[in-house]
Design a protein around this ligand. Structure first.
Ligand code: PLP
Length: 422
């Protein structure tokens, strides 16, 4: 493979994510994206099954977003959000709260999903401090969960899932239990609450789909149980919709499908249609009111430099336009049907434990993947960008992917797994 100069000269100076830099094969030089295609420097084109870590819900380079960002770039690429306000952020806050359940009325902007979760956790802790209740500083979260890589977010991730186990001695100790998906688990969940409720600020969960922890789905009823339990114990409930927000599980937000209103909700990823970093932590009026006081120290003590970046907010507003003007949720339903039909043959393949679909998320769970590097390489050789992790091969395509491209993705998964998983 011929590589461009910028690649050979720059690669020795970058540090790549989740990568053992000594042994991992080099990344693929990419020169352009378009729709559901990734164009490599050597001229090859890959069909993208991942939408860049689940962000590019309208496909890459959507002209409506590009135009909005270009217009914003000319007038005001950035201005600080302390003491100043601008139209893209205020419009976005108004539009987001109009789309979310009525109780969620206040948006705090930041720049990534992890920070949106950190802010949600800080809001929950400070909510109690502002009310004069001390000692409510812990969180109850769930095995299989993933909430980000910053220190607060890491502390509520599944402690066993490998990525963060090294830091167990450093992270804040939280209460981590199984989701109450059946009676024994519900009993354990209730027992944990009974034992520790007074030390808890909030329960935090990824509603309907736990993503990076293993693409594990649960029913809306589980979320209703969490809401009832939080209410019984007077706790806040935080929904981390960084993955599920903006249609991924079939409704615009996962909380809608459950008819459950959290007290705080975190968004990022597809918020800008996959064009740039932006996070939003949306709080209920009741949470917000706990910060209203004559005491300046009761203010929310957070303020990332690039919060509410106008370019990112313009991209997010343009992305919301597309959710209004194009049939995204119908596209998600069509993708769900195609994934269920076309991944089904995997169920018969040796080593496959489960095949499952929720909205535009298709998952093939294996017993194990022996040679991850070889498996990833075989997907690239098949002309697709599929990124298995742990024992999971999955698809989270753009909602705009063509039927043909989606079929090529599912066919590639069936063919590659039939040849043996790594
Ligand atoms: N929360 C969830 C549910 C996520 O899936 C992720 C990222 O995968 C995060 C938080 C962290 O987001 P970011 O990578 O933007 O920090």
């Amino acid at each position: 493979m011929s590589v461009p100069d910028w690649f050979g000269q720059g690669l020795p100076h970058v540090w790549l994510p989740y990568t053992q830099m000594r042994t991992a094969p080099p990344p693929l030089p990419v020169v352009a994206t378009e729709g559901s295609r990734i164009k490599l420097a050597d001229g090859r084109e890959l069909i993208d099954g991942i939408a860049s870590w689940w962000t590019a819900c309208h496909g890459y380079n959507h002209p409506h977003i590009a135009e909005a960002v270009t217009r914003q770039l000319r007038t005001m690429p950035h201005v600080m959000f302390g003491g100043l306000a601008h139209e893209p952020a205020l419009t976005l806050a108004r539009r987001l709260t109009a789309l979310l359940p009525d109780a969620l009325t206040r948006v705090f902007f930041c720049d990534s999903g992890s920070v949106a979760v950190d802010v949600a956790m800080k809001m929950a802790v400070q909510f109690w401090l502002n009310k004069g209740v001390s000692g409510r500083t812990k969180f109850l979260s769930f095995r299989g969960g993933y909430h980000g890589d910053t220190f607060a977010a890491m502390s509520v991730c599944d402690p066993e899932e490998g990525m963060h186990s090294l830091f167990s001695g450093v992270l804040a100790k939280q209460i981590i239990v199984d989701l109450p998906t059946d009676e024994p688990r519900e009993a354990a969940f209730e027992a944990a609450l009974d034992a520790d409720a007074d030390a808890l600020a909030a329960i935090i969960v990824e509603p309907l789909a736990q993503g990076a922890g293993g693409m594990i789905f649960h029913s809306p009823e589980v979320l209703r149980k969490l809401r009832r339990a939080a209410d019984r114990h007077g706790l806040l409930l935080i929904f981390d919709e960084v993955f599920t927000g903006f249609g991924r599980t079939g409704t615009l937000f996962a909380c809608e499908a459950a008819g459950v209103v959290p007290d705080i909700l975190a968004l990022s990823k597809a918020l800008t249609g996959g064009t740039m970093g932006l996070g939003a932590t949306v709080a209920s009026s009741a949470v917000f009111e706990a910060f209203a006081s004559d005491d300046p120290l009761h203010a929310l003590m957070h303020g990332p430099t690039f919060m509410a970046n106008p370019l990112a907010c313009a991209a997010a507003n343009a992305s919301l336009d597309l959710f209004e003007s194009e049939p995204r949720l119908q596209q998600v339903a069509a993708i769900a049907a195609a994934l269920a039909r076309d991944l089904e043959p995997c169920r018969e393949l040796p080593g496959v434990r489960d095949v499952r679909v929720q909205g535009a998320i298709g998952v093939v769970e294996l017993g194990s993947i022996d040679d991850m590097t070889a498996l990833k390489r075989r997907f690239v050789e098949a002309g697709v960008w599929v990124r298995p992790f742990r024992n999971i091969v999955y698809l989270t395509p753009a909602f705009t992917i063509s039927e043909d491209d989606l079929k090529r993705l599912t066919d590639a998964i069936v063919a590659v797994l039939r040849a043996g998983a790594g």
